[in-house]
Design a binder for this molecule. Structure first.
Ligand SMILES: NC(=O)c1ccc[n+]([C@@H]2O[C@H](COP(=O)([O-])OP(=O)(O)OC[C@H]3O[C@@H](n4cnc5c(N)ncnc54)[C@H](O)[C@@H]3O)[C@@H](O)[C@H]2O)c1
Ligand SMILES: [Zn+2]
Length: 356
């Protein structure tokens, strides 16, 4: 394929307090990364960081295209740690990366979060490019500037806000993504649809052979961009993006992290919709619609854990404010409402109604 055969990517501009950046979206867009870097004046010494799964699939190719070195970290959330950040610092020093250096994250949310944290802190901050490869990272993790790592005590407990120089979203990388990861990305898109765009609430869109899927990704990114622009440091309205997540974080925790985040979000969306009905915000039609869609996409709508255990796990969610449980509920599609006054019994009843 020659350069002129690569379709020009679409561009969404994001306004951020630290400076604006662009999200480029298009099939084969990764193959134009060298051009986009020059366009953005990123002429310093660059390095690609990826993981062991993605290095043979795309990492080696990208490092060759750019004529830059590749740093490979182990695959998996269990490696989103300060130890691995330390390994990355060592490699950056060995490679002679200086203040003008550019760190290019090629991977899912784990690589993006960890590389972003390294870029935010190495030499007090070097330029950072996001090249997300998982659906979840394309529509969620790569947008909004939150970066960080886990501690043994909990997920994402250490982090920073670090805006990328730009994000390049290339849906032609998705065919190699395992089905289980695909549906996890779908869960976050369905969440965005419930918050802002009813046309994303159609199970047919999430078929893996959907030719129009790039448009679904673009619409989901636009929703996340709209939120992070309005509330870059998550002080108020960005919290709506936690729809389904109070339940999801608790279920992930109680499962000992054997449930994937996206799977827990699928269940969490069903639970949040049921809770919205239980407190009188909406009729049964909304939870029925959510449950039908989440199930049709292949995400769990039931969870066998003891309701009191799930409820107890919500108490240690770092996003809670004071002692009150915070839930994002729905009046209808497109009308979220943040509530701190949900009775504990209503939460337990919803969990009981959604047991296996
Ligand atoms: N920063 C944020 O705002 C934000 C938002 C949401 C999630 N996150 C973080 O993102 C992480 C989850 O991201 P994720 O779901 O992408 O997980 P992940 O990075 O672990 O990727 C999932 C799996 O898919 C593989 N993979 C990714 N792209 C692939 C491809 N194109 N082909 C084949 N395999 C591929 C990965 O190697 C991995 O095994 C969590 O650590 C979460 O905390 C961050
Ligand atoms: Zn999420």
């Amino acid at each position: 394929m020659t350069f002129s055969e690569i379709p020009a990517p679409e561009r969404i501009d994001v306004q951020a307090p630290e400076g604006n950046y662009a999200v480029y979206i298009g099939n084969k867009a990764l193959k134009t990364l060298d051009v986009i870097m020059r366009l953005h004046g990123l002429n310093g010494k660059a390095v690609v960081i990826t993981n062991q799964v993605l290095a043979p699939l795309y990492g080696n190719m990208l490092a060759e295209l750019l004529s830059v070195p590749l740093i490979t970290i182990p695959d998996g959330e269990q490696h989103k740690t300060l130890d691995v950040v330390r390994f990355v610092y060592d490699r950056l020093l060995e490679l002679g990366i200086d203040r003008q250096g550019v760190l290019i994250a090629l991977g899912g949310g784990v690589v993006g979060d960890l590389a972003g944290f390294a870029a935010a802190t190495f030499l007090r901050g070097i330029a950072f490019v996001q090249a997300p490869t998982s659906l979840l990272a394309m529509v969620d993790a790569s947008i909004g500037g939150k970066v960080g790592v886990d501690l043994p005590q909990g997920k994402n407990l250490v982090g920073a806000f670090k805006q990328p120089a730009f994000v390049v979203v290339d849906p032609s990388l998705l065919p190699t993504l395992p089905d289980a990861e695909w549906v996890c990305g779908a869960a976050e898109i369905i969440k965005s649809g419930l918050l802002r765009d009813a046309s994303l609430l159609d199970a047919a869109l999430y078929q893996r052979d959907n030719k129009a899927f790039t448009d679904v990704i673009r619409r989901a990114i636009q929703i996340k961009v709209d939120y992070v622009q309005r509330d870059p440091y998550e002080q108020d309205i960005r919290a709506e993006l936690n729809l389904g997540h109070t339940f999801a974080h608790a279920v992930e925790k109680v499962s000992g992290y054997t449930w994937r985040h996206g799977e827990a979000v699928g269940f969490g969306l069903v639970a949040a919709a049921r809770l919205s009905q239980a407190v009188g915000l909406c009729s049964a039609a909304l939870p029925d619609q959510v449950e039908q869609l989440v199930g049709a996409v292949g995400l769990p709508t039931r969870c066998g854990f003891e309701p009191s255990d799930v409820r107890a796990a919500m108490r240690t969610d770092k996003k809670r404010q004071g002692e009150a449980m915070r839930f994002v509920l729905l009046r209808e599609v497109g009308q979220p409402e943040i509530r701190d006054d949900v009775p504990s019994q209503a939460v337990l009843d919803v969990l009981e109604s959604l047991r296996d």
